[in-house]
Design a protein around this ligand. Structure first.
Ligand code: COA
Length: 181
């Protein structure tokens, strides 16, 4: 059995059930948020136009799990079974870096915070992981707040760090947060 950090194929937080993403999740992701310009505003990709765009994206993401470099999971409400969104931890040596995206109707219920808290605790409990981190656009306070509420501390501004193509062609300044042990 590998000693390297990975996520379980499925797990639960108080309110959500999460499981490893599958190729046939493309439809639920396409229908719920991948075409939504509000959801994708601060993401690194343009809204998808066809289901094939989402399928291609998922194929790449799912392959990360097989090589142990990333653990994309989809989240569902434990009671209603309703789809929430996707969380995407990436393993970079002793660090885990997080991305997260929720469909719009699920915003503002503390979901991202609840799942991020679980993920950060899980990662830092592993002997090889010394740092959890995430960044967001300087103009995205909701995401910064999620990181803060997940127990991360703001470290500073990364200038011209990441291209958010729905805002500008030029790379954008981002704020980075981390929790270390
Ligand atoms: C960002 C996102 C993940 C937040 O998820 P969520 O489940 O709604 O987040 P939570 O409810 O756990 O927490 C959001 C916090 O941000 C705050 N917030 C929301 N909009 C805000 C704004 N415009 N300014 C300041 N704070 C804001 C909320 O009040 C809440 O904080 P509080 O509990 O102290 O009141 C969600 O909006 C999303 O999926 N957006 C689209 C994808 C995306 O941008 N992902 C992040 C890329 S870095």
């Amino acid at each position: 059995m590998s000693m390297h950090y990975c996520l379980p194929d499925e797990f639960e937080t108080a309110r959500y059930h999460l499981r490893r993403v599958k190729a046939d999740d493309a439809e639920i992701i396409f229908d719920s948020y991948a075409t939504d310009t509000e959801v994708t505003r601060f993401l690194g990709w343009k809204p998808h136009r066809r289901l094939a765009d989402t399928s291609a994206f998922l194929e790449i993401a799912a392959a990360e799990w097989d090589i142990g470099s990333g653990f994309p999971v989809v989240a569902f409400d434990r009671i209603s079974g309703g789809f929430i969104g996707m969380f995407h931890p990436k393993l970079i040596g002793h660090r885990v870096n997080y991305g997260y995206v929720l469909q719009r109707s699920m915003w503002g219920r503390g979901c991202a915070t609840e799942v991020m808290r679980w993920l950060v605790q899980h990662a830092l409990a592993h002997p090889e992981i010394h740092r959890t981190e995430a960044f967001c656009d300087v103009d995205h306070p909701a995401s910064a707040r999620v990181m803060e509420k997940a127990g991360m501390e703001r470290e500073g501004t990364l200038r011209s760090y990441f291209r958010h193509p729905n805002i500008s062609e030029a790379p954008r300044d981002c704020v980075i947060y981390s929790k270390v042990r």
